[in-house]
Each structure stands twice: as C-alpha cells, then as structure tokens.
Design a protein around this ligand. Sequence first.
Ligand code: AMP
Length: 357
Amino acid sequence: MLPPGSTIGILGGGQLGRMLAVAAAQLGYKVHVYAPDAESVAAEVTAHHSQAAWDDEPRLAAFAAACAVVTYEFENVPVDTVRFLSGHVAVRPGVAGLKIAQDRLEEKSFVAGLGGRPAPFAAVPDRAALDAALAAIGAPAILKTVRMGYDGKGQARIMTPADADTAWEAIGRHAAVLEGFVTFAHEFSVILVRGIDGEVCFWDSPVNVHEGGILATSCLPPPQVVLDQQDEARALMAKIAEELDYVGVLTGEFFATDDGPVFNEMAPRVHNSGHWTIEGAVASQFENHIRAVAGLPLGSTATRALPVTMRNLIGADIADIPALLADENCHVHHYSKTEVREGRKLGHATWSGASPA
Ligand code: AMP
C-alpha cells in the first residue's frame, strides 16, 4: 500500500488526468503530470508537472525517479514510453493492455480469441484491400483507422461500394479496418476496476448515446435489453482484465443487438461513460483507479441512487453552464480548457438520483 504523501505519476494532461488527480489528492497523494502539450488541465491541479516529449528519456527517467507509481490517462501514450518507464518504476496498468488498445486489428483478434464477438471485420492495409474487404463484409460498413482513432475521428461510413474512394481519402489513406455496420438497440459500456490482488468490481452499465461519433450522454438505469446482456459483457471484460493481469479501471464499449452483446472497443483507462460515478456511485472510477494503482483495497462500486444522467458539454454547449448551475440537482464539471472548439469535450454535467430540470 502506497503511503499517503507519495507521488503518483500520470501520463497525459487532459480532463481524465485532472479528475484522477483530484481523487488522488482526496486519498492523500501528490500527483506529477507528464505530458508534451503546452496546455495541461490536469497539471493545473497537481503539485508537479513535466512538459516534455514522449521520447525524452532523461526527462522520463527524472519523472520516474520522482514517482512511487505511474499510470496513464491517455491511450495513445507511445508503448515505448511506457516500456522505458517500466524499467525505472512500476507502471499500472502495464504495457499489455495499452499495446492492444492502440491497434484496432490486434484488439479485435485478441477479444475474439477470448470468446468475445466483435463486428465482422477485415484488414485494409491499402486502397486495393478496401475493395476486397467490401466484397467480404458488404455495405453499409465503417472504415476506421487501425491507430489513433477516438471520438469518431479517423472513421468514415461506406453506404455503397461507390463511397470507397471518398472514405479512403477521408481517413487520410492510413492502414484501416473495415467493420460491418452493426444494427443495435442500444450502446452500453462495462466499466470495471481490478485491484492489485486480482479482485474485480463492476459499476452498473450505463446506456450511452453518441452524436457524430462522440459520446453525448450516459444514463442509468439502462433499458432491459442492456440489463439482459450486461452479465455476458462483464464476463468478457473480466476475462480480458485477467488475461492482461490488469490493474486499474478498464472499459469496454458494447452494442446490444438481437444476438447479444457485440464488442466495439476497449479503453485501458477511466472512461467518459464512467464520469457519472463521481456523484452517482459510492466510489468513483477515478477513486478506484487510484486505489488500485496505489495498492489500496477497492471502494464500493454500488450506485447511490437512480436515475443518473451524465451529459457531456461539447464545444458551444459550455455556454449552458449558467443554466446548469441554476438546476439544484445538477453537478457541473468544467475542465478549464481555454480553447472552445467544435467537437471538443469541455465539461460534463451529472444528475444523480434526479432528472435534469
Ligand atoms: P468508435 O470510435 O469505434 O467507438 O465509434 C464511435 C461510434 O460510432 C460508436 O459508439 C457507434 O455509435 C458508432 N459505430 C462505430 N462502429 C460501428 C459499427 N460497426 N456499427 C454501427 N455503429 C458503429
């Protein structure tokens, strides 16, 4: 168990790091953020900050020496950075889950190998392969870059084979995967935490609504069809966590279909669809991630009160904050980002045990 006063390192400086840092502070830990970006909304609330490149080994070594344990809030931290740090300090979760989550093809094969069911998919290393993949998978389909995709970025829909050229250009001609379009009733996520001793706890699964590929809302309770599929999805995520000897919060996104849960993707970190747990659960995803990486016993993941609504404040939505502050049941989170851009996550609002006014 990491003694209070110890320093936890976080790779990445966004809002997830900020909320992890707040949870760490509550448990008596100091936080050191390492991120290359000029703006770090996480570092604004932490004792220490290194603004340095992911491959700056002297700075990484100094960061490792200053931390008792290191974690990450961003799944595109280069695997080599985490490997390098692992030679100097414990990194939790380790490199295995990060490596798989960074590569959509590897992720799907790994999950299928454990008995999970991803959407039908085919590798598209180049433009010629796209025609073959379309012939195999059929349209409609979604072309996704193998690497660096998030929040609907690096994705293009293909309604008919005639859209192939446009889609290939739209994703920047990068190596990709073609996925069959899944007809689903709902999207939901499984958020689990695995402790250092292998104990696994799950939060209740929210139903997630995306707009333009970006999460808009996560709500509880989910519809019955999600409740019916939650156990199967949980069993898969527990198997994944076990296989990776994972420590910390791990999230899986699923489609609830007529044939059961279809695996979409996983994130080796705290997740936007778990933000509701700050006010909505006894221990939040952020608190339990810190507890796990610090070797503390896990807190209860029980939901405090239903219903729960979490709404993202994206781009111009940030102007809604005065109205949200006037809603007595609303918990407002402002990430303190200076640049308001379309599609940028700038904050979120949560109603726990109450509905939006
Ligand atoms: P992703 O970045 O892969 O999570 O995709 C973002 C969103 O696009 C998902 O949450 C879905 O709403 C939608 N989407 C992605 N893949 C598929 C698919 N194979 N079939 C239907 N909808 C999808």
